[in-house]
Design a protein around this ligand. Structure first.
Ligand code: SAM
Length: 310
């Protein structure tokens, strides 16, 4: 995940690397490569030593001829494989947060709570190579585990984890007036907003993530004293399954238009094709899309605001 490492397509797997073993889009896990170790799954036994020296992205075979792909870890993949110690932010919200918080390389960012470090990992990549993320959680064990993950992922030079009750104590004074962006994922974010305002540079941006609209309302009230441009968004990601196919048509373009509109029409047209017009039939390529069953719904509301420059 270390953003200073070169493009994964030019990198070869080494002993000690963290890799993502990809079985399917919904079945991946993080594995530390160790000479002499093996990975066992339903496809058989995979020897780590067979992976060493191969480029990231390679398809590797098991003893039984099954296969998996060995991918380079990215923040996006890490969010899918990390161990859930809390609710986490997923990539649709994360990408929106990073873009609307205007985070670019060199930015200094405050975050609370750290939780499972899903957002933090993407924040670290966004501020690299010269910026920093200071992340706070009041849960000591959770903060420790997140710190271990950042170490394992090569991010400890970009992320500092501290144990602190941000709702009770606010952010440390040492950050006063030098912070580009603040992100809050806390149960009572309005308690941390006055402190966040003191930390931000003029024009700095804050974002608060809350699952309930009542929390959003209270945060907006707290933002009113020091912030401007208050905006709340809900990001709903809709994934479609795409299927390519060919459909028999008897009357060219007109049928094609009807085919792509509704399934009922499609069935109707194919039954026409079985009739007397078959000699005119042509095969038309189609793409069908339907919403994925496993698509996630509501996660939370993202409220952004900019510090009022006076
Ligand atoms: N955004 C994180 C992620 O993507 O992995 C998840 C954050 S999790 C939902 C919320 C975290 O806030 C928890 O780990 C909790 O311990 C922490 N928290 C709750 N109240 C806090 C407080 N007063 N000060 C600091 N952290 C707090």
């Amino acid at each position: 995940i270390d953003p200073s490492k070169k493009n994964s397509f030019q990198r070869f797997i080494s002993d000690g690397d963290l890799v993502i073993v990809y079985e399917r889009h919904d079945n991946m896990k993080a594995v530390k490569v160790k000479k002499g170790s093996e990975l066992q799954n339903r496809f058989g036994v995979f020897k780590h030593s067979d992976w060493i020296g191969k480029p990231f992205g390679s398809k590797v075979l098991s003893s039984k001829g099954g296969f998996v792909y060995i991918l380079a870890p990215t923040p996006e993949l890490w969010t899918l494989v990390l161990s859930h110690r809390t609710q986490i932010l997923y990539i649709a919200d994360i990408s929106f947060v990073i873009s609307y918080l205007e985070i670019v390389p060199g930015c200094v960012v405050l975050e609370s709570g750290t939780g499972s470090g899903s957002l933090t990992t993407s924040l670290a990549r966004a501020v690299a190579p010269s910026g920093h993320v200071h992340t706070f959680d009041f849960h000591e064990q959770r903060a420790g585990l997140a710190r271990d993950d950042f170490e394992r992922n090569g991010l400890s030079n970009l992320v500092t984890v501290a144990v602190r009750d941000i709702q009770g104590e606010g952010f440390p004074d040492e950050f006063q007036g030098i912070i580009d962006s603040v992100f809050l994922d806390l149960p009572q974010p309005w308690l941390a907003i006055p402190s966040a305002a003191r930390m931000l540079k003029q024009d700095g941006v804050i974002c608060s993530f809350s699952p309930c609209i009542e929390q959003v309302q209270r945060s907006c009230e707290a933002l009113r004293s020091n912030f401007t441009d208050v905006r709340t968004f809900e990001v709903l990601l809709r994934t479609y399954e795409i299927q390519e196919g060919r459909i028999q048509s008897s009357d060219g373009d007109e049928s094609y238009r009807r085919i792509t509109h509704t399934r009922r029409k499609r069935q109707c047209i194919s039954s026409e094709d079985n009739g007397e017009n078959t000699d005119k039939a042509t095969s038309i390529p189609t793409v069908m899309a339907r919403p994925c069953q496993e698509a996630r719904g509501h996660t939370g509301y993202l409220t952004f605001a900019r510090l009022n420059c006076q």
